[in-house]
Design a protein around this ligand. Structure first.
Ligand code: TYM
Length: 336
């Protein structure tokens, strides 16, 4: 039996991924490359939707840093496909066709668009930010994807993707695979360290609110020790009364493999200090090797670019076959 196809993407919008990206998505990506036919993408076209990069060098650098981190975190280009979205032009082409199948009202209801456009000032929101979920749908549908490993914030976009695939199939006959979300509840929404009522986010968190994968160990320890930890001193998971401690327990449990109950027991009566200091070490131990491997990969840009070019060639083989099916069903004249 063939293995299920998995597809996911991540934006190169910062100089490092954060611990929310790592736990909510990346770790699952690494695990799934062994059980699935996995395709992973640095979505650089998405990275220009909120605002254009400050300069061309910045986007190029961040795209390479993102790809290097994926490989450093455990993606093996021999066991999965790793590529850059803009290297496969089929993504932009399918987006156009799907956008003609998407209702304006339907796109207007996307929560992330509402949040991000309000934050940047509604007038400055681009049409690209508005159509962003349709580009995401194209990413997924081009690869006949069965499962999409993501964090909770992407759930609504996946629902739109499913709706568009079903609509296309209904209209033109079976053509696109209808994908399902793969979201692990324990790590689906890692919260901001300073404000546990919001998710940790590249665009909304303050520097103190997020821990970066590539951050230096001293800074990681400091941020964890200063994380907001509610009133009282009991290390106990309680989403309503202790959202800050609960978030730290989730991170600790996910990184160490110990259950939250076991951690509660270990730190019973010892207060927040020891708990946070041990968690700081667990995070540092996880990220230090990733940081080191990322630096090594970035030191040889030609080699990294060659890996990405090979990934794009493999991705394009799959994407172009899907796109020709779509073109044919809609009735576009074949160029040959
Ligand atoms: P992006 O780049 O914002 O985030 C990458 C992945 O990290 C997850 N994530 C989190 N998980 C848990 N807690 C958090 N605080 C947290 N913050 C981020 C995200 O859910 C995501 O899985 N639109 C996507 C990128 C994308 C994509 C795709 C994903 C483009 N095309 C196709 C899947 C399939 C995004 O902006 O992710």
């Amino acid at each position: 039996m063939s293995r299920p196809r998995v597809f996911s993407g991540i934006q190169p919008t910062a100089d490092s991924f954060h611990i929310g990206n790592y736990l909510g998505a990346l770790r699952q990506w690494v695990a799934m490359q062994d059980t699935c036919d996995a395709v992973y993408c640095v979505v650089d076209l998405h990275a220009i939707t909120l605002s254009m990069p400050e300069n061309a060098a910045q986007l190029r650098h961040r795209t390479r840093v993102a790809a290097a981190q994926l490989i450093a975190a455990g993606l093996d280009p021999d066991r999965c496909i790793v590529f850059v979205q803009s290297h496969v032009p089929e993504h932009a082409e399918l987006t156009w066709m799907l956008s003609c199948l998407t209702g304006f009202g339907e796109a207007s209801r996307m929560i992330q668009f509402k949040d991000k456009s309000v934050r940047g000032g509604a007038d400055s929101a681009s049409v690209g930010l508005f159509t962003y979920p349709i580009l995401m749908a194209a990413d997924i549908l081009l690869y006949d994807t069965d499962q999409v490993p993501v964090g909770e914030d992407q759930r609504q976009h996946l629902e739109l993707t499913r709706t568009l695939a079903q609509r296309f199939n209904h209209r033109f006959g079976p053509t696109l695979v209808v994908p399902g979300p793969y979201i692990l509840p324990e790590v689906a929404r890692i919260a901001d360290l300073q404000d546990p009522s919001i998710k940790m986010s590249k665009s909304a968190s303050s520097p103190q609110g997020l821990v970066d994968v590539l951050e230096d160990p001293a800074a990681i320890r400091k941020k964890i020790s200063r994380a907001v930890t509610d009133a009282g001193s009991e290390v106990r998971a309680d989403e309503d009364a202790k959202p800050g401690v609960t978030n730290l327990l989730r991170i600790y449990s996910a990184l160490s493999g110990e259950s939250i109950a076991a951690l509660e027991q270990r730190y019973a009566g010892s207060g927040y200090g020891a708990f946070k200091s041990d968690l700081g070490e667990v995070v540092v131990d996880t990220f230090a090797p990733v940081r080191e491997r990322t630096e090594k990969l970035l030191a040889d840009e030609a080699e990294l670019d060659a890996i990405l070019a090979a990934g794009a060639a493999r991705a394009r083989g799959i994407a172009s076959a899907t796109l020709s099916r779509v073109r044919d069903k809609i009735g576009f004249l074949s160029p040959s």
